[in-house]
Design a protein around this ligand. Structure first.
Ligand code: GUN
Ligand code: ZN
Length: 437
């Protein structure tokens, strides 16, 4: 077959370093008239149009004159089964879980329902410019099969796993230590490394897992070290108190996970709002990552993520952004970045636009240990790309007329734009979404 060659021309932004470390200007690579060359799903060249135009031969050229081409967004924390209960009124975490979440998740033993919601979730991700996500399914193995089937059909790089929970939830949603291990192992063998899919061992959080189940999760991760591990930590003060009562022998919440071998590279801890200094230190030293979920933290009244501490040097922790659908209020990473800025403001920390975009692209890829595959535009990287319309509403168009540069343009987008800004999305070099004309 003739190799698939594609070239995207237009203003293009990527990161070649960590702006929290190198500074924004040194970390950004912005081409006002850029060219990205793609062959067989991978990027083969990136630079200025003038420098690379000689290599255009044989490529199908797409010209996005005044748009902005970026690496596809990465959502580090989402629950696809919770789409149907977004915007559930009036509760904080523990009541919200009991009253809304556990009710809805019981429907995902039905494979057909799980597939319909998976398809809808992934299409909405594409519409928002999100090309990779780390996703919680439910306790039912069928919910994982449905999700991976749907992701494979779109050739999206997705991470997902079966939720492990064997206490403090309705019986219909509980597995046990043995079945959690066996069912997860069968899913790992079936899906991990198949196409672009990766498995995440997914103990829900310490209060819903017995020590025996956490031990099983640790044993499984040790047996399959290339898989990811995702869970929640210190989202809500009542949750933190509960963990102290459930695990009195542990010094703090993270120590529970550490004890069972659940920290280290490829682990992702959702929220991390109420951490003590020894927990921060262990996250740094173990190479664990945090998924910061600002729209969720404000919606559930959980608290304010500590930007000062998270990015303190030395001692910075790997961080990316998560929508945390359905406690989060938007699948759009632009909206999530805007919320991140506001949460940071309340902690007297100014999150620059380049840093926010980094956290939703290359920073998240690094936190997930996937930065050799996704998160930036460079030769060898998989061609998951999003093209943003920088004037997606009349108000944004008006505002952009008074904009004086790329950093301001980025900040306007994260403050004012949403999925209406997505002009096109490419998955491994193939068109996967295009806005209606
Ligand atoms: N902690 C344990 N489970 C959940 C969940 O489904 N959503 C959120 N936001 N926090 C959790
Ligand atoms: Zn969550």
């Amino acid at each position: 077959a003739r190799p698939n060659r594609l070239a995207l021309r237009g203003p293009t932004l990527t990161f070649r370093a960590d702006p929290f470390e190198a500074g924004d200007a040194a970390a950004m690579h912005y081409e006002t008239d850029g060219l990205t060359l793609v062959e067989n799903g991978r990027i083969t060249g990136f630079g200025s149009y003038d420098r690379l135009r000689a290599r255009l031969d044989g490529h199908e050229l797409k010209h996005y004159g005044d748009a902005l081409i970026l690496p596809g967004f990465i959502d580090m924390h989402a629950h696809y089964p919770q789409l149907q209960m977004m915007g559930a009124y009036g509760k904080q975490l523990l009541d919200w879980l009991n009253q809304y979440t556990f009710e809805v998740e019981q429907q995902f033993g039905d494979a057909a329902h799980a597939r319909r919601v998976s398809d809808f979730f992934l299409d909405q991700c594409l519409r928002a410019g999100t090309t990779t996500a780390s996703v919680y399914c439910t306790v039912h193995p069928a919910s994982v099969d449905a999700f991976f089937d749907a992701a494979q059909a779109r050739n999206m790089r997705m991470i997902a796993g079966k939720v492990l929970m064997d206490r403090n939830a309705p019986g219909a949603l509980c597995d046990d230590a043995r079945s959690a291990y066996d069912e997860s192992e069968a899913l790992i063998r079936k899906w991990h490394g198949r196409g672009r899919l990766s498995y995440a061992i997914t103990p829900r959080f310490a209060p819903s897992c017995t020590p025996a189940q956490l031990e099983a999760a640790g044993a499984l991760w040790k047996r399959y070290p290339g898989t990811h591990l995702q869970t929640h930590i210190s989202e809500n003060r009542h949750e933190v108190d509960w963990v102290r009562r459930l695990f009195p022998e542990h010094a703090h919440y993270l120590d529970v996970y550490r004890h069972y071998g659940l920290t280290g590279p490829r682990s992702v801890f959702g929220h991390a709002v109420h951490l003590a200094e020894p927990e921060w230190r262990h996250l740094t030293e173990s190479g664990s990552a945090i998924a910061h979920c600002p729209t969720s933290n404000t919606f559930l009244g959980s608290g304010l993520f500590d930007y000062q501490r998270a990015f303190q040097r030395p001692g910075a922790v790997r961080v990316g952004l998560g929508s945390d659908i359905g406690a989060g209020t938007s699948l759009s990473m632009l909206q999530t970045m805007g919320a991140a800025y506001k949460v940071a403001q309340l902690g007297d920390y100014s999150l620059s636009a380049p840093r926010a975009f980094y956290l939703a692209t290359r920073g998240a890829a690094r936190a997930l240990c996937l930065d050799e595959h996704i998160g930036s535009i460079a030769p060898g990287m998989e061609a998951d790309l999003v093209v943003l319309n920088l004037a997606s509403t009349p108000l944004i168009e008006f505002r952009m007329r008074h904009c004086r540069g790329i950093e301001e343009a980025l900040f306007i987008q994260m403050t004012m734009a949403d999925d209406r800004a997505t002009l096109a999305v490419y998955i491994a070099g193939e068109p996967a979404y295009e806005a209606a004309a």
